[in-house]
Design a protein around this ligand. Structure first.
Ligand SMILES: [Zn+2]
Length: 495
C-alpha cells in the first residue's frame, strides 16, 4: 500500500512538473553593432569587472561564432539572430533591397505612420520580415502573454529583433532628436517615452551616433522600458531586445581600434555594468537569461592596414557598375543594363531587357564577366546559378544563404579579401559586408539563468542563437530557423 501511494505521488508530481515548464522571467538580447569578436579581448584592459568581464568570467563565451551568409550588414544580422535563419529565408536581404522592383530600406512600410514624429523615420514596421522571430515564438507559446520590446538608435535594429507580434519598438529620429515608434505598435507615444525624451533632450540633440552618449541613451531607454513596460515581473517570460548602434557609426568614421571607438566601448562597458545591476535589482540575479552578440564585425581602415604593409583597398561598386554598363552597351546597344548596385549586389535591368527584346541570359552572362573584370574583384557570381559557380563551397554556400530570390540582385560580387565597397570620407573608417573573418566572426556570450561558466572554440553560428534560447525555454524555434541549439549552453538546463 505504501509503495502504491509513493508511486501515485511521484506520478502526480511528474504530471505537475510537465504542466509547468520552468523558464526565466526575462530574456535579454544585447546586440553590439559592428563588434568584432576580438574586441572582447583587445579592449579588455580598459574595462572594469562588472560589464563585459562579468559576462566573460561568469557566463559562457562561444569564441568561434560565424555568420554564414553575405552580405554581412546590420539589417541581415539583426533579422538572422532573432530568426535563427538567413536572408534567403527571412527576406531581409540587405539594409536596402528591392520589393517588386522598388528599392526599399529594410523596415520601410508606407502603410504605417510615425508616432512621436511626422517625418519619414516613423514609417517603419517589421512587415518586410517574412518569418517568425524568437519573440514571436514566445508570444505563440504563452498565448500572447509574454511582453516583447525592442530598443535601439537604428530603426531596423529595434524593429527586426522585436518581431511581428512585439508590444513595442523604439528607435531614434534624426529630425526630432527623440525616440519614436510607429502606429504599427501603438497610437500614442507612451508617457514614459515622452518623459525620457524631455528629460534627456540636451543629450539626445548631440551626435548620439558617434559619441559615447549614444550608448548611454540607448541603455537608459532600455532600463526605462524594463520598468515602465513591466518586463520580467511575473512568471511569464518576457523579451527585451536592445541594440547598440553607436559602435557601428563611430567605427565607420574613426576606424576599428581608434581611440574614439575604444572610448565608445569603454562607455559601453560602464553602462553594461550598470544595466546588469538594474536587471539584478528589478528581475533578480539568476532570473534572467542574457545573450550578447553582434550583427557583423568590421575591418581595420585602409590606412591602418597599409601602415602594417597589409593589402587592403577599395572596390568602387558605383564605378564597377558604370564600366560594366559601358561594356554591355557596346555589345547590346542598350544603356543602363545593370540598373542598381547596393554595395556588392547588382540588379539586372529586366525592364530594359524586355523592352529591347534582348536575351536575358546572354545579358546576365556578359554582365557577370564585366563585373568580374576589375583587379579588385575576386569573383562575380550569377546568383540564379550560384550552386554551379566555380568558387569555394564555403563562399558559395554563404551567397546562397544570403540571396533572396525575389528581393536580391541577380549578381553578387566578391572583392579580393581586404577590399571594401564603400569607405567614408578620408578612408579612416572601418567597413564590413564581405565573407571575411573580420566581418563574419562575431562575439557570442550567454549569461544568467542556467548558463554554465566556460568557453568553447568549437564552431557555432549566428543562426544557433535563437534555437539555443528556444531550447532553454522549451519553446519551438522560429519557423525558418536553420541553426542548432548549442549543447554546452542547453545541457545544464534543469527541469
Ligand atoms: Zn555598419
Amino acid at each position: 500500500m505504501k509503495k502504491f501511494l509513493l508511486a501515485a505521488i511521484l506520478f502526480l508530481a511528474a504530471l505537475a512538473a510537465g504542466a509547468q515548464v520552468s523558464r526565466p522571467k526575462l530574456v535579454v538580447g544585447i546586440m553590439v553593432d559592428q563588434m568584432r569578436w576580438d574586441y572582447l579581448f583587445t579592449v579588455a584592459h580598459r574595462w572594469g569587472d562588472d560589464g563585459f568581464n562579468r559576462l566573460l568570467s561568469q557566463g559562457y563565451s562561444c569564441n568561434n561564432t560565424m555568420i554564414d551568409y553575405v552580405p554581412t550588414v546590420t539589417a541581415c544580422g539583426h533579422a538572422s539572430v532573432y530568426t535563427g535563419s538567413t536572408p534567403a529565408f527571412h527576406g531581409i536581404a540587405g539594409n536596402d533591397y528591392k520589393i517588386d522592383g522598388r528599392s526599399v530600406s529594410s523596415v520601410e512600410d508606407t502603410t504605417v505612420r510615425g508616432v512621436g514624429t511626422t517625418g519619414k523615420a516613423g514609417r517603419r514596421s517589421p512587415r518586410n520580415l517574412l518569418v517568425t522571430t524568437l519573440g514571436d515564438q514566445l508570444k505563440l507559446a504563452t498565448g500572447g502573454q509574454a511582453r516583447v520590446v525592442g530598443v535601439s538608435l537604428k530603426d531596423r535594429a529595434a524593429i527586426l529583433p522585436a518581431g511581428h507580434s512585439a508590444d513595442a519598438a523604439y528607435w531614434y529620429d534624426n529630425d526630432t532628436h527623440q525616440f519614436i515608434t510607429s502606429d504599427y505598435y501603438r497610437q500614442n507615444l507612451p508617457a514614459w517615452v515622452k518623459t525620457f525624451n524631455k528629460e534627456n533632450a540636451a543629450v539626445l540633440a548631440r551626435d548620439v551616433w558617434k559619441q559615447p552618449c549614444g550608448v548611454s541613451m540607448t541603455l537608459a531607454l532600455a532600463e526605462a522600458a524594463l520598468r515602465a513596460e513591466g518586463l520580467g515581473r511575473d512568471e511569464v517570460t518576457d523579451l527585451l531586445a536592445v541594440s547598440i548602434s553607436t559602435t557601428d557609426a563611430a567605427a565607420h568614421t574613426f576606424g576599428v581600434r581608434s581611440e574614439r571607438v575604444d572610448s565608445v566601448y569603454e562607455q559601453l562597458d560602464r553602462d553594461l555594468a550598470h544595466f546588469l545591476r538594474v536587471l539584478d535589482n528589478q528581475v533578480g540575479q539568476g532570473n534572467y537569461l542574457l545573450f550578447l552578440t553582434a550583427d557583423h564585425g568590421g575591418t581595420y581602415s585602409e590606412p591602418h592596414m597599409q601602415q602594417q604593409r597589409i593589402t587592403s583597398g577599395r572596390f568602387d561598386s558605383g564605378k564597377a557598375r558604370q564600366e560594366a554598363n559601358r561594356v554591355l552597351k557596346d555589345r547590346f546597344g542598350v544603356d543602363n543594363l545593370i540598373s542598381d548596385e547596393m554595395e556588392y549586389t547588382f540588379y539586372i535591368n529586366n525592364q530594359a531587357i524586355a523592352q529591347a527584346g534582348l536575351d536575358r541570359e546572354a545579358v546576365k552572362t556578359a554582365a557577370v564577366e564585366a563585373l568580374a573584370a576589375p583587379r579588385q574583384v575576386m569573383w562575380a557570381v550569377d546568383c540564379e546559378r550560384a550552386a554551379q559557380a566555380p568558387i569555394p563551397a564555403l563562399v558559395r554556400e554563404r551567397i546562397l544563404l544570403g540571396w533572396h530570390s525575389k528581393r536580391s540582385g541577380e549578381i553578387f560580387v566578391l572583392p579580393v579579401t581586404g577590399h571594401y565597397a564603400s569607405w567614408e570620407g578620408d578612408r579612416c573608417g572601418s567597413n564590413h559586408g564581405t565573407w571575411s573573418q573580420s566581418d563574419s566572426h562575431i562575439p557570442l556570450l550567454f549569461y544568467g539563468w542556467h548558463v554554465p561558466q566556460g568557453e568553447t572554440a568549437q564552431l557555432t553560428h549566428m543562426t544557433d542563437i535563437a534555437p539555443t534560447v528556444c531550447a532553454m525555454l522549451h519553446i519551438q524555434a522560429p519557423d525558418a530557423a536553420i541553426g542548432t541549439p548549442i549543447n554546452a549552453i542547453t545541457a545544464s538546463r534543469q527541469h
